[in-house]
Design a protein around this ligand. Structure first.
Ligand code: COM
Length: 552
């Protein structure tokens, strides 16, 4: 057990342990009796993660009865994004909370195996794509695939991930004043009680936020070495793959597939549903989809849709995949690296004692206040199904906290801005053009490149991150569409492939979903920071003068 709360008691031993691990990054060492610094947290977390069998026990930051003798308003089971943000909100409202997490850090899978490495990989994919495209021009050398190593990039991430972990712990303790027990699994005893290392903690409410893991398809050979998902890729990859077969067509499949291909690892995607037409994604504009897939194929990714994976071949180590093609023929494809991107499901074993209602896909059922079938138990984030996105996890946590603290607050996450990476950022919100045409009689669009142009010679859109493409091969510089109801002049949807527009979509989504909406005229009033990646403001201004709106 480590008590990080009381600098007097046991702190010298903790500091001695940390000192023996080496120098914190940047020499970030604390004074005797002072709380751990970010650098010290990082050393401690890294040490525990590297030695999982070590008997360190729980890391306790729990108030003594003298400091706070109130009953807990909520115990958050899982200290990922939802739990941490929910706990912070509840604490800020004056409540008392406790987070329990099996990992030695807060923040959950995001900084450890999921979003943070994905963003690193996607940035590498983008850089590699540009370097490959520009090779031999300007200052770009011939592209050297031997230096674009998947293993090397995974190792770079693993070497650096303790610092973001440390920031979460430090911030949660020093700035947010949260109580937590880390590095110790929780056992849920009943709807008010959680046991940690033999000690029981009671609360008015439980908030469950333990996330989801990849759901492996039930096919022969899938358990072999050489078969990875986004989490085991980080933990277990110990060789450089030479080719890749991806089973599944989820966002993860697109994102990781684009990364693998960009490193030079020939990637094939095998998917039952057409790409970007899976049930967990909505409002995918068909033109955006076409551009995204065309650009993946342009980079050399092989995509087989409508196929059924049958078996991972190999004798303990994957050597290939057998699948039934869309024409019914059985095909074998050789590979030393199989990646599963079939979506995620929660593991609800931990909650057996609660008998929670679940849906037919195994997700917990909760109402818009996050309340489950057990009135004092709320569930948040990926436990509830899609969208399995950061904003939903955090806002679910906040919604649970607000309700627990006596406010009636409902969170509806059925509409939201969405995005994923290929070698591009793909971002959208609101209605697709087809959806808009079903609902409104007079729909127009502002689109680049326009339908009647040749994208190979039309150098727009172009802005941050796509200028070199625009000046060397215009079709690579991106694509976008703004969908507008010509009668009300309201913007109905926005869709973008390129770089740097993601932030704008957070605001556009909010604006177009206000009761009063957001019109082409409102958009024309904004001040663009030219060259703005989404180009929406200036194009709206070029058309807004027309009483009868037409396409651009
Ligand atoms: C982000 C983790 S990596 S959290 O949402 O800040 O807890």
């Amino acid at each position: 057990m480590i008590d990080v709360r009381n600098p007097e008691d046991g702190f010298a031993a903790l500091r001695a342990r940390i000192d023996a691990l080496g120098e914190p990054v940047g020499g970030d060492r604390g004074e005797a009796g002072e709380p751990l610094t970010v650098g010290e947290w990082a050393l401690l977390i890294e040490d525990i993660v590297e030695k999982p069998d070590d008997a360190t026990g729980g890391i306790y930051n729990v108030a003594t009865p003298e400091e706070d003798d109130r009953e807990y308003d909520a115990i958050f089971v899982g200290g990922g994004a939802g739990g941490r943000f929910g706990a912070a909100y509840l604490r800020a409202r004056g409540g008392r909370q406790l987070i329990v997490d099996a990992w030695p850090f807060l923040g959950g899978s995001c900084p450890h195996q999921a979003c943070v490495p994905h963003h690193l990989f996607s940035e590498c994919a983008r850089e590699l794509d540009l370097a490959r495209h520009m090779q031999g021009r300007l200052w770009y050398p011939e592209f050297d695939e031997s230096k674009a190593s998947i293993l090397g990039i995974v190792e770079l991430f693993k070497k650096g991930r303790s610092l973001p972990h440390a920031v979460m712990n430090w911030q949660s303790k020093q700035q947010l004043d949260l109580e937590f027990i880390l590095n110790a699994p929780a056992t849920v005893i009943d709807e008010h009680t959680v046991e940690v290392e033999g000690r029981q903690f009671r609360a008015r409410n439980l908030v469950l936020g333990t996330g989801a893991r990849t759901a492996y398809p039930d096919i022969s050979g899938i358990e072999q070495n050489g078969v990875f998902d986004f989490a085991s890729l980080i933990e277990d990859l110990d060789y450089e793959p030479t080719s890749c077969v991806i089973i599944g067509g989820s966002k993860v499949a697109l994102e990781y597939g684009s990364f693998f291909q960009a490193t030079g690892c020939q990637t094939t995607i095998l998917t039952r549903s057409p790409l970007l037409r899976t049930a967990s994604l909505h409002h995918i504009d068909e033109d955006m989809r076409t551009y995204v897939i065309d650009m993946m194929v342009d980079r050399g990714i092989v995509i087989h849709e409508g196929v059924e994976p049958l078996e991972v071949l190999g004798d303990g180590r994957a050597t290939g995949v057998r699948y039934r093609g869309s024409d019914g023929e059985t095909v074998e494809i050789e590979t030393d690296f199989v990646f599963v991107g079939t979506g995620e499901r929660p593991n609800l074993k931990l909650y057996d004692a609660l008998g929670l209602e679940t849906d037919d896909r195994g997700f917990v059922v909760a109402d818009s206040t996050m309340k489950t079938s057990s009135p004092s138990v709320r569930a948040i984030g990926d436990l509830l199904g899609s969208p399995m996105e950061m904003f939903k996890a955090r806002k679910c946590g906040m919604a649970a906290a607000r309700n627990i603290m006596g406010e009636h607050y409902e969170y509806d996450y059925s509409e939201y801005p969405d995005f994923f990476h290929t070698t591009y950022e793909v971002t959208w919100c609101g209605l697709t053009e087809a959806e808009a045409r079903e609902r409104y009689p007079n729909v127009i669009k502002l689109q680049m490149p326009p339908d009647d142009s040749d994208p190979e010679s039309f150098p727009l859109p172009a802005a941050e991150g796509s200028m070199l493409y625009a000046f060397t091969r215009p079709i690579l510089s991106g694509w976008f569409k703004l969908v507008i109801d010509a009668d009300s002049r309201r913007i109905l949807g926005a869709h973008h492939v390129g770089f740097g527009a993601k932030d704008a979509f957070q605001y556009i989504d909010y604006l177009i979903r206000r009761p009063e909406g957001w019109t082409i005229d409102d958009m024309a009033e904004l001040s663009e920071l030219f060259l703005n990646p989404e180009h929406f403001i200036q194009l709206s201004r070029l058309r807004a003068g027309k009483q009868q709106l037409v396409n651009l």
